[in-house]
Design a protein around this ligand. Structure first.
Ligand SMILES: NC(=O)c1ccc[n+]([C@@H]2O[C@H](COP(=O)([O-])OP(=O)(O)OC[C@H]3O[C@@H](n4cnc5c(N)ncnc54)[C@H](O)[C@@H]3O)[C@@H](O)[C@H]2O)c1
Length: 256
């Protein structure tokens, strides 16, 4: 028996990185998992016995179509993981309005649109589970602490953090729990891009920066995607039945 037997979950941005690890972990815990990304993650869906669809999280129409699809293909929705996101490392003076809008369209508007679209389906099945249904939003340590060169990303992840808390209060009566996860630097394509960007900015090699970034985390290394996936599974499950509006840091002590 898994913690999530009988649950139907949707993970956005699931083609790679934290989304793919989370989809695998939700499936291992017993959930039926729908995975979406800009291109449908068909191979992952086949691997975990789930379903896949192409979806741009910044598109309102795509969210409506995705909800219709999951209702007809899987029968409803119990867990939404708003994972898709973009990284940007640029000084403010070099950040264009297009950069700013592109990042906010995916990282912030995508979370708003997904939450709003999923509420009717999540409310419909909330009575089935002791801990109701759940939304888990991927914020970041960058949604808690500022970082020079990452101000636009800070803005998006800070917005996700407080949007999550407001939603937790507004949706509690419908028995929908809403929590955010705040990873430190995790070894994914995005984590590697961050290392490349820091290396370029400091004019030093990737290996040197990798050591620096590892040392920023008191536990002494980058996180693994599985570390974040485990936190998402916990927040999605009845083990977190009294947990809503919380910010779960998975950062090796970075913000401690
Ligand atoms: N890796 C880290 O160190 C780290 C740390 C803190 C927070 N996060 C957050 O965790 C989430 C996942 O990060 P990751 O490291 O797996 O990133 P990643 O870049 O490795 O993967 C992100 C996925 O999102 C998809 N995506 C991008 N724009 C999209 C859109 N408009 N619609 C649908 N899908 C889209 C990409 O195609 C990609 O598959 C992001 O929200 C990120 O900001 C990551």
């Amino acid at each position: 028996m898994g913690d999530l037997d009988g649950r139907i979950a949707l993970v956005t941005g699931a083609a790679t990185g934290l989304g793919a690890a989370t989809a695998r972990a939700l499936a291992a815990a017993g959930a039926t998992v729908a995975v979406t990304d800009l291109a449908a993650p068909d191979a992952l869906a086949a691997e975990i016995g789930g379903i896949a669809r192409a979806q741009d999280v910044s598109s309102e129409a795509d969210w409506a179509a995705t909800m219709t699809w999951i209702k007809s293909e899987a029968g409803g929705l119990d867990i939404l993981v708003n994972n898709a996101g973009l990284w940007l490392f640029k000084p403010i003076t070099e950040t264009t309005l297009d950069d700013w809008r592109r990042l906010h369209a995916v990282n912030v508007e995508g979370v708003f649109l997904g939450t709003r679209a999923a509420i009717p389906l999540l409310a419909e099945r909330a009575h089935l589970w002791r801990g109701g249904t759940a939304i888990v939003n991927l914020s970041s340590v960058a949604g808690i602490e500022g970082a020079a060169g990452a101000t636009c990303y800070n803005s998006t992840k800070g917005a996700v953090r407080l949007f999550t808390k407001g939603c937790a209060k507004e949706l509690a009566a419908a028995r929908i729990r809403v929590n955010s996860v705040h990873p430190g630097v995790i070894d994914t394509q995005m984590g590697r891009k961050l290392v490349d960007d820091f290396a370029l900015a400091q004019g030093i090699g990737d290996n040197e920066v990798l050591a620096q970034v590892a040392a920023m985390h008191p536990l002494g290394h980058l996180g693994a995607p599985q570390n974040v996936a485990d936190a998402v599974v916990f927040l999605a499950s009845d083990r977190a039945a009294f947990t809503t509006g919380s910010e779960l840091v998975v950062d090796g002590g970075l913000t401690a």
